[in-house]
Design a binder for this molecule. Sequence first.
Ligand code: NAP
Length: 335
Amino acid sequence: MSLRDVDEEVYDITIVGGGPVGLFATFYSGIRNMKTKLIEALPHLGGQLSTLYPDKYIRDVPGYTKILARDFVKKLEEQAMQFNPTIRLNEKVIALRRLDEKLIELETTRGLHYSKTVLLATGMGAISMKKLGIPSVDRFEGRGVFYAVTDKWAFKGKKVMIVGGGDSAVDWALNLKDVASEVMLVHRRAGFRAQEAKISELFHSNIRVFIPYVVKDAHGTERLEVVTLTNIETGEEITLEIDSLIPQIGYEMNNSFYKSWGLDVDERGIKVNEKMETSVPGIFAAGDVASPINSIKLNLITMGLAQAIIAVNCAKNYIEPSAPMFPGYTANLRL
Ligand code: NAP
């Protein structure tokens, strides 16, 4: 499809987002014999796993004690491609329009697509990393200050300081401890948001933990060389020489465009019912972007994968009401 092209072929399901949930949904819709298209805004698949932490181990997907995020993406891609779905990379969906009961038009940065159903698996969507907002730190962004780690080996032999007390910060501290010459973790309070097992590993490791400290200032000539920390209880200041500062203080999500597509949203994402249906018939959502009504929301890969299965089976039933909701067991499939 060239620029501003129209693909007039109508697909059974178009999955928006090529992260783990979108990839698994692509595989699963193949199982249900649905004509499937996957549209991803980035030039590669894998979502957050590929962009934010390809070199991190994931430990909470079934069957693997631990697996590198990049390797897990490879496995998901292999699984998704079995039924020859159409994959569109580098194409961002900018509008969704329901033309009639069984036809949705998707407008992208490159053209138009048509589908009977749509599954939004856009994860955290257009996320941006929260910044520390300290001018002396910001001026070293890319020169010692990094808000995302795409290659952990870039920190080999470096003195690294990580900021934050959530899963991202603790994960990176643990992941870099055997790569960097020294890892320090700075957190503003004694309580952590990260999973308990990781916190325990943190405190049993050689990582230097500074609590309750915040970054006050950064100094250097060409690159970051020194940071000053402040103890938020006593006001005491310490100055440390470091090579790299990696603030991991959360993400910000922009959900405003979903509303303009007519979808009901709340502060957790796009509202969905027990069938993973959004407020617009034929449009489903699963994974981090979905906000299940009256239900717990856990932004975990496995939760998103299960939601993808529900959404795909319900989408199948939506376009073909005689099709059973329960697809049968894959152990009986001949691939
Ligand atoms: P997060 O959970 O929001 O944690 C952000 C941390 O940064 C908090 O500890 C917060 O401190 C601290 N912080 C925020 N603003 C700060 C500031 N201006 N100065 C200093 N510290 C500041 O963010 P996240 O760790 O990126 O995780 C985001 C979501 O992704 C979470 O749901 C997380 O569980 C999930 N995630 C999961 C995994 C995994 O399962 N392997 C990996 C990564 C992320 P306070 O605690 O005091 O507010």
